[in-house]
Every structure is written in structure tokens, then in C-alpha cells.
Design a protein around this ligand. Sequence first.
Ligand SMILES: Nc1nc2c(ncn2[C@@H]2O[C@H](COP(=O)(O)OP(=O)(O)OP(=O)(O)O)[C@@H](O)[C@H]2O)c(=O)[nH]1
Ligand SMILES: [Mg+2]
Length: 373
Amino acid sequence: MAHSTTATDSKPQRALVVAVDLRDPRRPLEPELAEFEALARAVGVTICERVVQKRDAPDPATLVGSGLLAELPGRAAALDCNLLLVFNELRPRQRKNIEKALSLPIVDRTMLILDVFAQRARSHEGKLQVELAQLRYRSTKLAGGGADLSRLGGGVGTRGPGETKLEVDRRRIAARILLLEKRMGEVRRGRATRRREPGTELRVALVGYTNVGKSSLLNAMARSDIFVADQPFATLDPTTRRVYLAPGIFARISDTVGFITDLPTELVEAFRATLEELDEADVLVEVLDASNPDTPRQRAAVEAILHDLHLEETPRLVAFNKGDAARDDVGITPDAFVLSARTGEGIDALRAALIERASDVRARSPIAPQATP
Ligand SMILES: Nc1nc2c(ncn2[C@@H]2O[C@H](COP(=O)(O)OP(=O)(O)OP(=O)(O)O)[C@@H](O)[C@H]2O)c(=O)[nH]1
Ligand SMILES: [Mg+2]
């Protein structure tokens, strides 16, 4: 059921990227646009050209100015593009007018993120979560401009069912959403009963922006072999490893899905069950990328998501990974650990801090040795 941008049976997707730069000094365009393009590449799309228009505000009718819009079909044809990637959020009216001017499927950021997730999902639960998120997104589109479904119905980049099928689709989607919600509820209850009582082992969760090296860090600490890649959302399914800290002291360290700015609400909802694992953590290790000039922005996004998940109160350690390639403009604070999953440098200090926390956890255990009266 999960649709993806890269239809295996059609020709490779070549995209024209369109963005409006609002020149907001608090939100420079470049890092977010680069991230948008990385999402597209992660699902196999080739980017042919990037068209950026600087404006004080998006054109309410056409997003970019109508003059530029009129030029786009020519550019798309010259570069043999078969997809339009629109960076800014589109209102239904803008979408309709762009569709009128350009007969290319329009793909937005949420659709790209959902596509990456659809391609990566491996576990049963992960697949359910992604399908649910896609259907929810699709049904909000249905509620708005119904015509959108003809674009989305056959998966991104292909024509789907015609508008006459809208009613049927609406009912089918609603029924499927109900079914998926029921299954997710079962998975969730199963997970809750599997959850351990507070034990003697420190429970640690690695959290952070996508691609900062959370899985690499867990691999370095657990000598494990979790999939690592230079791409957004390499990890979707949470993984936990029992990690040796010191003689007789172990931690259970969980690696989970990375965060991203403006994580689509459909995904936050669908991944709530996965993210609930974070509630069980005794300590969060917030992993940041010491090599990326975009880190301050990423850190703000992570803080916002932790806030939304009500996790600000959980004790937290901050670790700047990729210390082997550190820059000095990423906002490293004195209380933070600087380390490298690649070289292993600095990990001992983090381990020592975890050992300290672990002794608090051992103290709370009923089976820990206690002084007899
Ligand atoms: N230079 C350097 N690169 C690193 C280090 N740790 C990880 N990387 C690279 O960073 C990229 C992302 O690593 P992952 O471990 O997959 O990152 P992640 O945070 O788990 O990413 P997602 O699962 O996609 O959210 C990979 O190309 C790694 O090889 C490090 O200490 N130094
Ligand atoms: Mg990962």
C-alpha cells in the first residue's frame, strides 16, 4: 500500500526544484533547502535545476510570481524534468494554479519525508505507522482541494484514480485508517506489556536530528552493526543494545528515529508509539553534529520536539559527535561531551558519566544490596 516516489517501473525521476526565499534572517533558506534536496535524493530523485525567487511574501495565487511561473514549463521541458519539487508550503489555490501552468506532478516536503519513511520501513510496526501517516496526509488533502487525490492516488509522480472515484476513495481510505489504527493499538498494548519494570540497568535513549551519528555512536559503544548511512532517516525502527559500562554495570541504550524540522504532524502521530519508548529512559543523550554549520538550527528543532513530547524534564547529557571533524561555529557548550563515533575519541568520558548515573539507578532497585537493621 505504501507508495513511493521512485516507481520502479517508470523512468528515473528528474526534478525541478522551486523555492521562494523570504529573506528571513532567523530562518536562512540555504540549510533547509539543502535538506529538502537531500530528502529528494534519498528517494532516488535527480535534481536538475533549482529555481529560487527572493520575495517579501509568497504570491497568494501562484507562490512564485506569475512571470516566473510562465517560464517554468519551458525550463522543465528543456531539462527533461518529470517532477516539480516545491519547497514552500502550498495553499490549495497556489497548488491548483501551478498545476494549471505546468503539467508535472507536484511533490512537497511532507510527501518527500513520508516517501523516505515508506522506503525505509522494515518492521511490521514501522510499515503500519508509515501507511497510516500517508493515508492521513492524503485524507487531509481530500478534505481540502479534492483534485489533489488524482495526483496522490497512484503514488507520487504517477496519475491515480480520476475524480469520479473520489467518494469511493474517501470511504476506502477512512475504512483503511480505522483498520490500521486498530492494529497499531494492538501493537502498542503488546509493547506496553513487554516493557520492563524499573530494573537495575540504566536506560539510555539517544535522541537528535537525523544524520548526526546516533546509530554510529551506539555501534561504537555496543560494538554492534546497526545500519549507518550518510542520508536522512537511515534508522526508522528503534533498536536497543545492552552495553557494558564497567564490571557488573550495563546500560540499555536505545537508538531511534531521527528528528527533523517541522516533522509532519501525521508522522508525529503515527510514530508516537515508537517515541513513547523515550518516556522510559532514565537519561537522554542528545546527539549533535560538531561538523555541521547547521547544528544550531538542528538543535533548536530537537529542543522543540522534546518539548512537544514532554521530555524536557528527563535528565539529559549533550554529546557533540563527529568531533574528528569539528568546527568552531556550532555552539559547543562547556557542559557538552565532544566525541567521535568514528575514532572512538571522547566516548570514555560519556561512558563515565553514564556509570555515575547507573549507580543512582542501582540504588533504586529492591534487589540491590541494602544495609540490614
Ligand atoms: N566524521 C565523522 N562521521 C561520522 C561520525 N559518526 C557518524 N558519522 C557519519 O555520519 C553519517 C550518519 O551516521 P548515522 O549513524 O547513520 O546517523 P544517525 O544519527 O543514526 O542518522 P539517522 O538514523 O538517519 O537519523 C554516516 O555517514 C556516518 O558515517 C563521526 O564520529 N565522525
Ligand atoms: Mg540511525
